[in-house]
Write a protein that binds this ligand. Structure first.
Ligand SMILES: [Zn+2]
Length: 109
């Protein structure tokens, strides 16, 4: 058994992982919120302050699919909400909570 060789290899692998992590952090850091500027909103066509919104799009034109990043400009009203915001469930009202509790009780007894 050659433990020294083994641990040296592990240390090298650890360094490689550290580098990968650093790169990931850099990419995240680069993602700054876009500055609003004067333009025409792609949705309501109003001339106002707009922000660019990048979205991945798949188009099928003349039978050929094209993939790419499309940039649209939206005003504050039309700017699509982030996916994270859309996934937040609406708060339950009192009746829904009651029904949930009822259902839980039925399941238990
Ligand atoms: Zn708009």
């Amino acid at each position: 058994m050659d433990f020294d060789k083994y641990s040296a290899k592990n240390a090298a692998m650890g360094r490689a992982w550290d580098l990968t992590d650093d790169k990931k952090k850099e990419v995240k850091h680069d993602h700054k919120p876009a500055e609003p500027k004067m333009g025409v909103c792609d949705r309501c066509k109003k001339e106002t302050l707009v922000r660019p919104h990048r979205s991945r799009q798949t188009d099928i034109e003349n039978g050929a699919a094209s993939f790419g990043i499309v940039v649209h400009y939206y005003c504050e009203n039309c700017y699509p909400k982030s996916r994270r915001d859309q996934n937040v469930p609406p708060p339950l009202n009192a009746k829904q909570v009651k029904n949930l509790l009822k259902g839980a009780k039925k399941g238990l007894f």
